[in-house]
Write a protein that binds this ligand. Structure first.
Ligand code: AKG
Ligand code: FE2
Length: 309
């Protein structure tokens, strides 16, 4: 699916990787994203899977360069299933603008309410406050691995429904008159709930992650409403333990890249009336599969280009 073959990625191409913790987050030094070589981007792509979120300071991205960078790292989706791009020339850029109610102060993994959520996102700080507006990422692999054995076994068996209507239903109906975007080959004039396994197996590493988030997961299938609520509360409290997080304090020109298959994130809304602006592009992903579902079945399904429900 990706344009770059990361199997030949060499760590030597990217010497300046400084982990920010034992499992999640790394600063990448000495790489200019606007002029990176293929070899450097291959190494960056491999580091993304390993560290899950990467931070690069002092970058010179503008909307055109951000889109071009995204295309070199994978296949870009449109901005969002129902939110238009930042302008007509950049339908791929999703803008989070505080002046336009663009906040992300709910833990979420991007766009999990579709059949094939994005593989990853590339976010650029366009305008940020001197203090405040930090973003936090949670390591969903570490969250799974640090569950007790009985809870791992429970999670392994569960399927969850993901539903974008709470966050975007009103917007789609009121602002867009019920006409959404063409996104990953489908038109989104309605947000139909989809099911994903609660434990996702990473397609590149085979590692398991706890793939639920309060932004879009509505409930667990096949249990009572009370059981679903309590199970999800246990998982959310566990996912957001400080040991599972990395927090970034933004400066303009910073870029963050995250693996959307193994992380969730939350942007602090603590900067009053300051107009904070962030620009994101997302890389096309594949259909999540869990421990109970064979990889081949899902890959066949993806290859057949099945429509989101
Ligand atoms: O504003 C931020 O820092 C993060 C926004 C967000 O959730 C995203 O770009 O996906
Ligand atoms: Fe997000």
């Amino acid at each position: 699916m990706t344009v770059l073959d990361t199997s030949v990625a060499s760590k030597k191409a990217l010497p300046g990787i400084e982990p920010l913790g034992p499992r999640i987050g790394a600063d990448v030094h000495g790489l200019d994203l606007a002029s990176a070589t293929d070899e450097q981007l291959r190494a960056l792509r491999a580091a993304l899977v390993e560290h899950k979120v990467l931070f690069l300071a002092d970058q010179r991205l503008d909307p055109d360069i951000q889109v071009a960078l995204g295309r070199r790292l994978g296949e870009l989706t449109a901005s969002h299933p129902v939110v238009p791009g930042v302008d007509e020339a950049h339908p791929e850029i999703y803008a989070l603008d505080a002046a336009d109610n663009g906040f992300a102060d709910v833990w979420h993994t991007d766009v999990t309410f579709v059949r094939r959520p994005p593989l990853g996102s590339i976010l650029r700080a366009v305008q940020v406050p001197a203090a405040g507006g930090d973003t936090n990422w949670a390591d969903l692999e570490l969250a799974y691995e640090s569950l007790s054995e009985p809870f791992k076994q429970l999670a392994d068996q569960l399927i969850a429904v993901h539903d974008g209507t709470r966050e975007f239903g009103y917007y789609l109906a009121q602002q867009r008159g019920g006409v959404g975007n063409e996104w990953d080959g489908e038109r989104y004039n309605a947000l139909e709930p989809v099911e994903h396994p609660v434990v996702r197996v990473h397609p590149e590493t085979g590692r398991r992650s706890l793939f639920v988030n309060p932004g879009f997961t509505s409930h667990i299938v096949g249990v009572s409403a009370a059981e679903s609520r309590h199970i999800l509360d246990v998982f959310y409290a566990h996912i957001t333990k400080p040991e599972h997080l990395v927090r970034h304090r933004w400066r303009e020109g910073d870029v963050a890249l995250w693996d959307n298959r193994s992380t969730a994130h939350y942007a602090n809304r603590d900067y009053g009336d300051f107009r904070r602006i962030m620009h994101r592009v997302t890389l096309r992903g594949d259909e999540p599969w869990g421990p109970a579902r064979s990889r081949e079945t899902v890959l066949d399904h993806n290859a057949a280009g099945s429509a989101p429900a």
